[in-house]
Design a protein around this ligand. Structure first.
Ligand code: FAD
Length: 276
């Protein structure tokens, strides 16, 4: 379908983008366009103004920020997947970005767009949640930092306001004591995950001192699998409780029950991989 008519402005800076977004109640930022344009074409959303933030060069970077890595919101998935700093200090993020869609999607889609879109089937939101990462947003009142645990509110709904721009994402560096895994099950190579799992464990004496496990597509937002995290530490089977507290959708890729079964299998495998 053809999108409903809209005006189009290109923002040269974050300040200009914020001001343009504030000029129209239903304006929307456009980054890589790989989630927004399909929604426009389906007329699920009909903003009267698109503010193109895709050329704000100051928002595309990967930087060493001491104990964490700072990633500019406009960094493309391909650049996240291949940045040496991320590969060295947080390969979980590189691997998840490497598995997104196909090469075209990875060369256009951005990390900020993926988080701001708030799709529970997206991979990077669950990874950020497992890592207890942070998101910076800038609006007319200045900058706010939002922890990942507070950022995702519902399907296509986040804590970023309609006139705020996501500017930076920060993830911790993982030290040698950490193991990680990212697994997702999908029917075709370029599909979204039917279910995905991100795991980070801190290993000690052959066991786990702590574990963080989050799930893709098992509810309205990415979810932490708290019961499974506890099971990893106590040495019990995390797969048996991976579906606790989840509310997965039923669709053409699988029923809710099938997704719960998948979550158990994937969590078990991902924990084994992370412990290795
Ligand atoms: P856009 O489409 O430009 O924007 C998405 C939404 O976020 C819009 O509402 C927009 O207003 C808002 N927005 C964008 N940037 C900002 C910002 N900086 N601040 C505030 N709001 C902002 N994703 C996966 O995780 N896994 C997959 O396997 C996967 N497969 C895909 C396969 C296909 C065929 C396609 C088309 C997409 C796929 N995606 C997948 C989604 C892809 O990763 C998107 O690129 C991403 O979710 C959105 O990023 P974008 O830069 O394209 O954002």
């Amino acid at each position: 379908m053809i999108p409903a008519p809209f005006d189009y402005e290109v923002a040269a800076s974050v300040d200009e983008a914020v001001s343009l977004l504030g000029s129209r109640g239903d304006a929307k930022p456009l980054a890589g366009g790989h989630s927004l344009l399909p929604l426009l074409r389906l007329r699920v959303t009909r903003p009267s103004l698109l503010v193109d933030i895709g050329r704000i060069e100051e928002l595309s970077y990967v930087r060493d920020a001491g104990e964490s890595i700072a990633i500019g919101a406009l960094t493309r998935h391909h650049d996240v997947a291949t940045a040496p700093l991320i590969q060295e200090h947080n390969p979980l993020v590189s691997e998840a970005a490497r598995l997104i869609g196909d090469p075209q999607v990875r060369h256009r889609g951005t990390i900020g767009g993926s988080l701001a879109h708030g799709d529970p089937a997206s991979d990077l939101p669950a990874v950020l949640l497992a890592l207890d990462g942070e998101v910076d947003v800038v609006g007319s009142d200045g900058k706010r930092t939002i922890p990942a645990a507070d950022f995702f509110r519902g399907v296509f709904e986040t804590a970023a306001g309609p006139t705020e721009i996501v500017t930076e994402v920060r993830v911790p560096k993982l030290t040698g004591a950490h193991g990680w895994s990212f697994l997702k099950f999908r029917r075709r190579a370029q599909d979204w995950a039917t279910v995905g799992v991100a795991v980070v464990v801190k290993r000690r004496n052959g066991g786990a001192e702590s574990a963080a496990i989050s799930l893709v597509n098992m509810g309205a937002t990415p979810l932490r699998a708290r019961a499974a995290e506890e099971a990893v530490v106590t040495g019990d089977d995390p797969g048996a409780v991976a579906g606790d507290g989840t509310d997965p959708p039923s669709d053409t890729n699988g029923s809710a029950d099938y997704r719960r079964h998948l979550a158990g299998v994937l969590v078990r495998r991902a924990v084994e991989e992370a412990m290795r």
